[in-house]
Design a binder for this molecule. Structure first.
Ligand SMILES: NC(=O)c1ccc[n+]([C@@H]2O[C@H](COP(=O)([O-])OP(=O)(O)OC[C@H]3O[C@@H](n4cnc5c(N)ncnc54)[C@H](OP(=O)(O)O)[C@@H]3O)[C@@H](O)[C@H]2O)c1
Length: 294
């Protein structure tokens, strides 16, 4: 390993975001990244977290581990709290004690979705689900450490793992018609774009690290229905997509009706151009086609 390389520890690295970081890691040769998931490092285990951080002494910890099953979180509140609220605070404390910085990923579900204008980093938080509550508490705790940058993202998808894009394709291949909610709008985020942003930040060393809250998603706004139509179109599937209301598709956890981010802060701070959601979706679909998923 190069002595000048920047050591990074990734948690939850078998998930969507962690897998994307893994997939592009070789394009950041200045980084020396240790990838872990629950079997190597359970982030709810305080002793294991301290041991891992003390022995590796990374410059950055990127926390991609989370309880992301939004509906399950309504009933598995304790587990969601342990993973999304308590664990980030353990990680952040250990980072602070060992002189490293942390990048923690949070969600648009910290908002209630009642706004009519894009949410910026100062917008009032008010989660309407247990998942949202657990993530909000986690980001607050981690942020208080003073060594943590929080990146809130929304509607994350990837060629890895399970997500809306893959569900629509899987169903679109076998069903003549799909009914998709058209009265919830937001911003899809290709996890590869977010992974690239995070690695850009850590590869700049401490100069690139700002311990504040940031919003990041792809550019553009759509409903789940618009998103599904584009997925079907780009996948060349013969399936009709029908718009329905949230009321016609009841789920255990309430979703924000409107979860559009204002991304000016991250764009200006890191001088980045964020890809449009349709362009990024096309990139993900190309990979899924190559892999034979479509
Ligand atoms: N998915 C979305 O739509 C979305 C939207 C906005 C924000 N986010 C946030 O973005 C981040 C990344 O999400 P993602 O979709 O990449 O998540 P994901 O695919 O669910 O990945 C989470 C990973 O963490 C692992 N994990 C679970 N418990 C753990 C533990 N105790 N210790 C270590 N690892 C553990 C999971 O393993 P198992 O699979 O075995 O449980 C999984 O590999 C999360 O913070 C999430 O809240 C996600």
């Amino acid at each position: 390993m190069d002595n000048d390389s920047i050591k990074v520890l990734v948690t939850g690295s078998n998930g969507q975001l962690g897998s994307e970081i893994k997939a592009i890691a070789s394009t950041y040769p200045m980084l020396s990244i240790t990838f872990t998931d629950i079997e190597d490092l359970d982030i709810t285990d305080e002793k294991a977290v301290n041991q891992a951080i003390q022995s590796l002494r990374p410059r950055y910890v990127i926390n991609c581990a989370a309880f992301t099953a939004v509906d399950k979180a309504e009933v598995e509140v304790d587990l969601a709290t342990k993973l999304n609220s308590v664990a980030p605070s353990l990680l952040a404390k250990s980072c602070k004690d060992n002189g490293c910085k942390m990048i923690h990923v949070s969600t648009d579900y910290v908002f209630d979705g009642e706004s009519k204008t894009p949410y910026d980093e100062h917008s009032q938080v008010n989660p309407v689900s247990q998942y949202g509550i657990s993530k909000l508490n986690g980001e607050k705790e981690a942020f208080l450490s003073g060594v943590c940058m929080v990146i809130r993202t929304s509607w994350l998808y990837s060629s890895f793992g399970g997500n809306f894009v893959k569900t629509i394709i899987r169903n679109g291949k076998i069903k003549p018609e799909l009914r998709v909610v058209s009265d919830q709008v937001g911003c899809p985020t290709y996890a590869r774009d977010l992974a690239d942003l995070i690695l850009k930040i850590v590869s700049k060393g401490h100069k690139g690290f700002i311990p504040e809250i940031f919003h990041y998603s792809n550019e553009g706004v759509c409903s789940w229905y618009d998103f599904a139509c584009e997925i079907i179109k780009l996948s060349n599937l013969d399936c009709n997509v029908m718009p329905i209301g949230t009321i016609d598709y009841p789920l255990p956890a309430k979703r924000p009706q409107y979860s559009v981010f204002n991304k000016e802060k991250i764009i200006k701070s890191y001088h980045i151009a964020i890809p449009q959601w349709k362009e990024s979706l096309g990139n993900c679909i190309k990979i899924l086609k190559k892999e034979g998923f479509i």
